[in-house]
Write a protein that binds this ligand. Structure first.
Ligand SMILES: [Zn+2]
Length: 220
C-alpha cells in the first residue's frame, strides 16, 4: 500500500490546493505560505435564514476562488478530499454538535454533465475524518439557473425556492443536522436546504462551507 502511495506521489506530485506550488515533504494539503497568509474565516455571527450557526474555511477571493473554480468546473475533484479534511479540523476546533451530516446536492442533469457531485466529495471527506458517514437527505429535482447569474439576495432566494426536497423526512425528525456546502454567498441556497430539512422535522440545521463571500467580512 505504501509503495502504491509513493508511486502515485511520484507520478502526481502533491501540489498546494490553493496556489498549485509543489509541496515539500514537510507540507500537507497547503504550502506554508498559503497556510500562513490565507485569511481564515471566523465562526460567523451573521444570521443566515433558517440556519442556527455556520462557519467557513476561507473568504471566496484570490487563490481560494481560483481553487474552487478548478474544483467545480475543471475536474479538480481530488480537492474535495483536502477541503473536507481542513473543514473537519475546523469543525473539531469549534466543537459544534450535531447528529447527522449531509450536503447541498446538485441536480442529476448537472451531475451527469460535470461527472461528479462536488459537495458530496467534501461531505465524504469530512465524514471520514469525523467518523460519521454523510447521508443524502436532500435531492434537487429542478435544474434551476446557476445562482451566480443573480447578484441580488431576493432573486437568489426566489431562484432556489422549492427546488430541493427531503428524501426521507423520518431521517430528519428531531435531529441536529450539519449541512455542507462549497460556497456561501448570500446564504439563499443553504437557507432553502435548511428550510426543507426543518419542515421535514429537523431540530436545527448548522452549515459549514469551504468559502464565504468576502462581503460577509464587513458584517462579522
Ligand atoms: Zn500555496
Amino acid at each position: 500500500m505504501k509503495l502504491i502511495y509513493r508511486l502515485h506521489n511520484l507520478l502526481f506530485p502533491p501540489k498546494c490546493v490553493l496556489c498549485r506550488k509543489l509541496l515539500t515533504d514537510a507540507e500537507t494539503d497547503l504550502c506554508h505560505s498559503c497556510r500562513a497568509d490565507t485569511p481564515e474565516h471566523p465562526h460567523s455571527r451573521i444570521k443566515l435564514p433558517y440556519i442556527a450557526q455556520w462557519t467557513a474555511l476561507w473568504y471566496y477571493e484570490g487563490t481560494v476562488r481560483s481553487s474552487l473554480l478548478r474544483f467545480k468546473f475543471r475536474n479538480a475533484r481530488s480537492y474535495g478530499q483536502i477541503y473536507g479534511r481542513l473543514l473537519a479540523m475546523k469543525l473539531l476546533q469549534e466543537q459544534s454538535e450535531y447528529d447527522l451530516l449531509t450536503w447541498v446536492p446538485i441536480s442529476r442533469r448537472r451531475k451527469w454533465s460535470r461527472g461528479y457531485d462536488q459537495v458530496s466529495l467534501i461531505a465524504q471527506a469530512v465524514g471520514q475524518e469525523l467518523c460519521r458517514p454523510p447521508i443524502a437527505m436532500l435531492k434537487k429535482d429542478r435544474n434551476n439557473p446557476p445562482q451566480s447569474g443573480f447578484p441580488n439576495a431576493a432573486r437568489r432566494r426566489a431562484n432556489v425556492l422549492g427546488v430541493y426536497k427531503a428524501i426521507d423526512p423520518q431521517q430528519c425528525a428531531g435531529k441536529r443536522i450539519l449541512l455542507l456546502d462549497d460556497i456561501i454567498t448570500t446564504g439563499a441556497t443553504a437557507g432553502e436546504c435548511a428550510r426543507v430539512l426543518l419542515t421535514a422535522g429537523a431540530k436545527e440545521v448548522h452549515c459549514a462551507a469551504v468559502a464565504a463571500a468576502p462581503h460577509q467580512r464587513k458584517e462579522q
